[in-house]
Design a protein around this ligand. Structure first.
Ligand code: IPM
Ligand code: MG
Length: 346
């Protein structure tokens, strides 16, 4: 069966990590059709908008979307009237209904020395951040005058319940523990969050161990005792912050993939957690591994192809075990050398 994958290379290092990822996917001998579209700053420059209607329609009709990264100093502005590359990302999430963002964090043994944490603290860490992706303060009403600004944070019970369900289901396939992260001592949205999560837990997921963790405490525990977590589920902005924190536990944010999923049947978007790294763009030194691992998540969660997904992950791990280190990992391998090292193990 043929699968259509929309490629959104975006900005900065995006195109240079997308090209070797396509080569990698082509090597798997699957029937994949690639369709590339401009996205982010590149689309603002060429088409006037970070995400055009045509690109959104192409994504909606695809089997999965592989996205690299957007943004750069060229488009940075505090003027609310200027288009921003990030609007493309938010528009895509909203437009495709991608309410669940999965960010698995499992330090790779070969890289344990790269973690900012001591080996004994990081040992045994294997967690999954599940971030609600289409609600909360990111999408609430915004106001702005010269001297005042506001961003509204809203959640409905239905939005909370569907993401909690994703977390409980994921926990069933893992260690069976969910930490629900909120700020229920201060925020009304968090109090609703807590009620809805507990109601669903009591009704359908009694086999799962559920704990409530305040977000500030979760931030602390992620660095003091990360191996204590299994699944963390949280709202949009807390998840944005905590997933970057969790990602650095592995030594480099250049290693972490993510999957954004919606209703069954809707195409998912697969992308590295890292950004467009404008400071090193065009030099051929970007670490393509998070993008390769995002392609693996695309195969697994987007196309239901477990074996090729595992093959890509294993090739990445073997290349690292053989000593592959890009600059972010303290080595000197170029993007092309990293790609060759992984292909050699595929
Ligand atoms: C992420 C990014 C985005 C977010 C930005 C670029 C809009 O930080 O995917 O985590 O905040 O969601
Ligand atoms: Mg982020």
């Amino acid at each position: 069966m043929s699968h259509t994958i929309v490629l959104l290379p975006g900005d900065g290092i995006g195109p240079e990590i997308t090209a070797p990822t396509v080569t990698l996917l082509e090597r798997l001998g699957l029937d994949l059709r690639f369709e590339e579209h401009r996205f982010g700053g590149a689309a603002i420059d060429a088409d006037g908008a970070a995400l055009t209607d045509d690109t959104l329609a192409a994504c909606a009709n695809a089997d999965a979307v592989l996205l690299a990264a957007v943004g750069g100093p060229k488009w940075d502005s505090t003027d609310p009237q200027r288009p921003r590359p990030e609007q493309g990302l938010l528009g895509l999430r909203k437009g495709l209904g991608l309410y669940a963002n999965l960010r698995p964090v499992k330090p790779i043994p070969a890289l344990s020395a790269a973690s900012p944490l001591k080996g004994e603290v990081i040992a045994g860490t294997d967690l999954l951040v599940i971030r609600e992706l289409t609600g909360g303060i990111y999408f609430g009403e915004k106001t702005r005058t010269a001297t005042q600004a506001s961003d509204l944070c809203t959640y409905t019970a239905a939005e909370i319940e569907r993401i909690a369900r994703v977390a409980f289901e994921a926990a069933r396939g893992r260690s069976g523990r969910v930490a629900s992260v909120d700020k229920a001592n201060v925020l009304e949205t968090s109090r609703l969050w807590r009620e809805v999560v507990h109601t669903l837990h009591a009704a359908e997921y009694g086999d799962i161990e559920l704990t409530d963790v305040l977000v500030d405490n979760a931030a602390m525990q992620l660095v003091s005792h990360p191996s204590g977590f299994d699944v963390l589920v949280t709202e949009n902005m807390f998840g944005d912050i905590l997933s970057d924190e969790a990602a650095t536990l592995t030594g480099s944010i250049g290693m972490l993939p993510s999957a954004s999923l919606g209703a069954p049947g809707a195409p998912g978007v697969f992308e590295p957690v890292h950004g467009s790294a404008p400071d090193i763009a065009g030099q051929g030194v970007a670490n393509p591994l998070a993008m390769f691992l995002s392609a693996a998540l695309l195969l697994r969660h987007g196309l239901g192809l477990e074996d090729p997904a595992a093959a890509v992950e294993s090739a990445v791990h073997q290349a690292l075990a053989d000593g592959l280190r890009t600059r972010d990992l303290g080595g000197s391998a170029s993007t092309a050398q990293a790609a060759q090292a992984v292909l050699a193990h595929l």
